[in-house]
Design a protein around this ligand. Structure first.
Ligand SMILES: Nc1nc2c(ncn2[C@@H]2O[C@H](COP(=O)(O)OP(=O)(O)O)[C@@H](O)[C@H]2O)c(=O)[nH]1
Ligand SMILES: [Mg+2]
Length: 302
């Protein structure tokens, strides 16, 4: 399936929850009034666009309506699409791949799709002709290491691992050494999403980053935060937490397939200063896409 049709299919529920509701809202109305704006704002908030962003969007729509002297409620949908497209304007934000060894650290809370995203990413980079190595930095459970190994076999790349309970920074250290020795192009480091307290998790991530930087100045080149779109506004809170502590450079937003909360993309774009670089639209190896915000806006409005 082509990129655009897969994206459109993945966004079906978001579209239904959002665009169709707006269509229903404006159909049959004769006037644009305060009540209509309130309902519009409510629909946006329900689609996980976020309270602040929803209010800003409605304000922007109101302004356009005044400026253009619009009277027909049916025109609201197009104006809203224009405003959302303006927020999502910058198109693609590619992965920072350098000449030589690029190190990508993947972070995020438990269950968001880190390991799966790493598997998909490894496969994509390998298909682009790069030599990829994975590091099993989630040493919290043996199953996490096994799961990364399964993905490495699927993608046909190697993995550096220690035993369950090992120090993730030691895994990262070995992985950077191995990557240098094996002339790897991309090293992708998995990390744990849960520890006993959040502060410890952030400290551990900082330590992993410090070790990588010491062994390879300038690295890591990307800290990719994985967020689960089905958690809606919760994902935005996670991004704020990790963004500050872990120095996040990009977001991979997973599980956009089958969720009605795709509006969270607009919220992330508006409220965080971090680009969405990838989206996950399924559990398979090929279900990772480079995020293009213009395609997204278009797919959303159909
Ligand atoms: N539908 C769907 N499921 C996904 C996607 N990405 C990950 N998953 C599923 O989410 C679950 C948790 O993924 P995992 O990679 O283990 O998360 P981790 O704990 O962050 O490493 C698994 O069942 C994955 O198959 C996605 O884009 N779409
Ligand atoms: Mg994992």
């Amino acid at each position: 399936m082509g990129f655009f049709s897969k994206l459109k299919e993945g966004l079906t529920k978001t579209s239904q929850n959002f665009v169709e509701k707006i269509e229903t809202l404006v159909t049959g109305r004769k006037h644009i009034d305060e009540e209509l704006y309130e309902e519009l704002e409510e629909i946006l908030i329900q689609a996980d666009v976020g309270v602040n962003t929803s209010m800003e969007l409605v304000e922007a729509v109101r302004k356009k309506v005044r400026e253009r002297k619009v009277e027909d409620p049916a025109e609201l949908k197009d104006i809203l699409q224009e405003e959302i497209s303006a927020i999502l304007d910058e198109g693609k934000s590619p992965l920072n791949l350098i000449e030589g060894l690029t190190v990508i650290v993947v972070v995020g809370v438990n269950g968001v799709g880190k390991t799966t995203t790493i598997g998909k990413l490894a496969n994509w980079l390998k298909e682009e002709g790069r030599k990829v190595l994975l590091a099993a930095g989630d040493t919290f459970r043996a199953a996490a290491i096994d799961q990364l190994e399964i993905w490495s076999n699927r993608a046909g790349v190697e993995v550096i691992k220690h035993n369950e309970g090992a120090d993730p920074a030691a895994v990262a250290y070995d992985a950077v050494q191995a990557a240098k020795a094996r002339k790897v192009d991309c090293l992708i480091v998995d990390t744990a999403g849960r520890l006993h307290t959040k502060t410890n998790l952030m400290e551990e991530l900082k330590k992993v980053k410090r070790v990588i930087e010491r062994e390879l100045p300038g690295a890591p080149h990307e800290v990719l935060l994985v967020l689960d779109a089905t958690t809606g506004q919760n994902a935005v809170s996670q991004a704020k937490l990790f963004g500050e502590a872990a120095g996040v450079t990009g977001i991979a937003l997973t599980k956009l397939d089958g969720t009605a909360k795709g509006g969270v993309v607009i919220s992330i774009k508006r409220e965080l200063n971090v680009p969405v670089k990838f989206i996950g639209v399924g559990e398979g190896m090929d279900d990772l896409r480079e995020f293009d915000s213009r395609d997204f806006a278009q797919a959303l409005f159909g």
